[in-house]
Design a protein around this ligand. Structure first.
Ligand code: IMP
Ligand code: MG
Length: 175
């Protein structure tokens, strides 16, 4: 509850879990099984989505994380993107799947993709749970989208409002 407001379910736990199985199946088909796949989660928002997604995938992938900050305490996107925590794996010549919670303006992701491409991976694909495509200010090619969402500020299932509500099993909005 924030300022007396209560959230209502926007995307339910079962809708999320069903969609994740579909995404995992699609992703599996796109990457050769005999090649390494490095799954890079953007912290903190993607932690729950990545966890459920990789459980549906092959056992031989490598999980790594990166923290890129674009928001700070403010709710609106700022254009500055800083890398606060880098991945530990070398991605040179490897297939990379970048996992994001929600793409809004696209600034965060385009910056991260630019940095990772500079390290000569074999391929980079992007998977986001939620997509606000009409908010895009920077072009990003998104390969896998869980749900396109309307212009709500959403929270839950990894996604926060001022660091809270990440633990919710579903995605909620305020009435
Ligand atoms: P972008 O750089 O504008 O694409 O920002 C994407 C990031 O903004 C996401 O990873 C989220 O952390 C945050 N964000 C965007 N929309 C929302 C929302 O509706 N709720 C919570 N966080 C959001
Ligand atoms: Mg994020």
């Amino acid at each position: 509850m924030i300022n007396g407001k209560v959230g209502k379910v926007y995307i339910s736990e079962s809708q999320i879990q069903k969609r994740i199985k579909e995404l995992a199946e699609k992703i599996e088909k796109d990457f050769p099984v005999d090649e390494d796949l490095i799954v890079v989660g953007l912290l903190k928002g993607s932690f729950m989505f990545l966890t459920d997604l990789v459980k549906e995938m092959r056992p031989t992938l490598i999980v790594d994380f990166m923290t890129a900050a674009s928001y700070g305490e403010a709710l609106e996107s700022s254009k500055e993107v800083k890398i606060l925590k880098d991945i530990e794996e070398s991605i040179m010549g490897k297939n990379v799947l970048l996992v994001e919670d929600i793409i809004d303006s696209g600034y965060t992701l385009s910056k991260v993709v630019e940095i990772l491409k500079g390290r000569s991976p074999k391929s980079i694909k992007i998977c986001t749970l939620l997509n606000k495509f009409y908010r895009r200010e920077v072009e990003v090619t998104v390969d896998y989208v869980g749900f396109d969402v309307a212009d709500y500020f959403v929270f839950g299932y990894g996604i926060d409002i001022q660091h809270r509500y990440r633990h919710l099993k579903d995605i909620e909005i305020f009435n």
